[in-house]
Design a protein. Structure first.
Length: 130
């Protein structure tokens, strides 16, 4: 098995776990939580756009956000977007890493100020990124 095949297998496995989590939340009657989990990447794109216009963010951190946004918009991904859930998983990992860099310099208050999604998603981001 080549490295690319192994990486794809891992990505598909993680995607299956992610999809199972969204489905489990929906089946448990926690529709709001399922929607919040499914909307994580789009909410992060809105957050990045807001952070780019904030003068309190350092220029090089803004440059990092631009690179991540370009990657998110690019049709070329590590895992293609047409693969359900797995296609978004690599995007989510990159977003978390970029937010970690941003939080190290700006603090969680700035992230909370610009976060468009539900508070529970913000808490998850802060737990992973900070």
């Amino acid at each position: 098995m080549t490295f690319a095949e192994w990486l794809l297998l891992v990505a598909v496995g993680l995607a299956a776990v992610y999809a199972a989590a969204v489905i489990a939340l929906a089946l448990a009657g926690r529709d709001a939580d399922a929607r919040a989990l499914a909307r994580f990447v789009p909410d992060c794109v809105v957050l990045f756009k807001r952070l780019l216009t904030d003068p309190r963010v350092d220029w090089w951190r803004k440059a990092l956000l631009v690179v991540v946004l370009v990657y998110l918009a690019s049709p070329i991904d590590l895992v293609p977007d047409f693969i359900p859930v797995a296609g978004q998983l690599d995007d989510a990992i990159l977003v978390v890493l970029a937010l970690r860099v941003l939080l190290r310099g700006s603090g969680p208050h700035l992230l909370a100020e610009h976060w468009p999604g539900p508070r529970q998603s913000l808490m998850v981001i802060l737990r992973f990124a900070y």
